[in-house]
Design a binder for this molecule. Sequence first.
Ligand SMILES: C[S@@+](CC[C@H](N)C(=O)[O-])C[C@H]1O[C@@H](n2cnc3c(N)ncnc32)[C@H](O)[C@@H]1O
Length: 359
Amino acid sequence: MPIKDLHKKPFDEGTLTKLQIFELYAREWLPVFLSKSSPSLSKIHLYDFFVGPGIDSKNILGSPLRILQHLRNFQRLDGFEKAKIHIHFFDNAPKKIEQLKLNVKTHGFHVSNIEYDIQPLGFEEAFQMAKKELADPHAAKLVFIDQNGVGNVTPEVFRELVNSPICDFLFFISSSTLYRFHEVSSIKQKIKRPNDYYHVHRSVLDFYRSLVPAGKQYFLAPFSIKKGANIYGLIFGSAHLLGIDKFLQVAWKNDQISGQADFDIDHDNLIPGQPTLPFREMLPRKVGIFEAELEGILRRGQITNELQIIELCVQHGVKRQHAENVLKDLKKAGIIDLNFRVPDIKRIKSPRPIIMKWE
Ligand SMILES: C[S@@+](CC[C@H](N)C(=O)[O-])C[C@H]1O[C@@H](n2cnc3c(N)ncnc32)[C@H](O)[C@@H]1O
């Protein structure tokens, strides 16, 4: 199937959602490693392996210029020059790389004091080259793989990313393609066909989850994007609770109903922005299931601090803020006692307790 050049037209809505999620995540990620108080890291590497020319036909910014825009904004941050920042932009189309270099200049996005590595390279070669840096335990890495289709994030590539220290990644994948052509031998990833086609991207995530080494704590989250009849999606990965927490905040900003799609993935028939209803059965399915489980666990005394609540939120793919109502209700009912409303991600090393009142 010929691949359309998406930069010759205006980006469609799904592409803009994808770019917005990546951009918002990068905006949250950067200050963690740029700030003075971050652990002593000597380098930061930002990878965009399918970089494109930087803009669409209407001058809307693509992923590389969005990264540079935020770096430019953070330039004045205390500690900006503490770690050396390396930008790696690759695309297999030499013309797009030339256009990108030009666009960086003409749009005023050249940021001083960073190392630029902008090259016309295909993914396989570029990824091979990046392996040494990805394995560096003293460098923080953010990786964006905005592939066309499905073929580049092979199990080997995925495992390499998962095993890289201090490395968060986001990759895009055409989940519908895997659904339709999962018997085609050139497509190596195998996914289980879901009963509900809307959940095809979740099945793709399950496939990748099965590749995480047994016993390794690793966090993955999906975000599904629908374009016509096709479902695409982003898969996010991080070894750190802080990373997945930031991603969930970003995802719920884009989808207030389920935090994981730009369409009604759970058939909730709710409209984003609609005021929340006071009855549990009127909540979006996902939030309702989470609240019921949290309440049961708290009533049984199986959660004793805020860190355990954060972990439960991550398992359910909800934000920490979703725990607030249950905590408030159980406190009011005299079942638990605690001195916070929303679990705080900054407290994961010294979590505040939750005390059972009948103890
Ligand atoms: C979906 S576009 C990327 C869009 C970009 N992230 C943006 O925001 O504008 C995919 C890009 O990947 C490039 N590409 C396609 N196959 C490639 C490969 N095997 N290796 C590297 N780049 C590739 C294309 O030239 C195209 O610019």
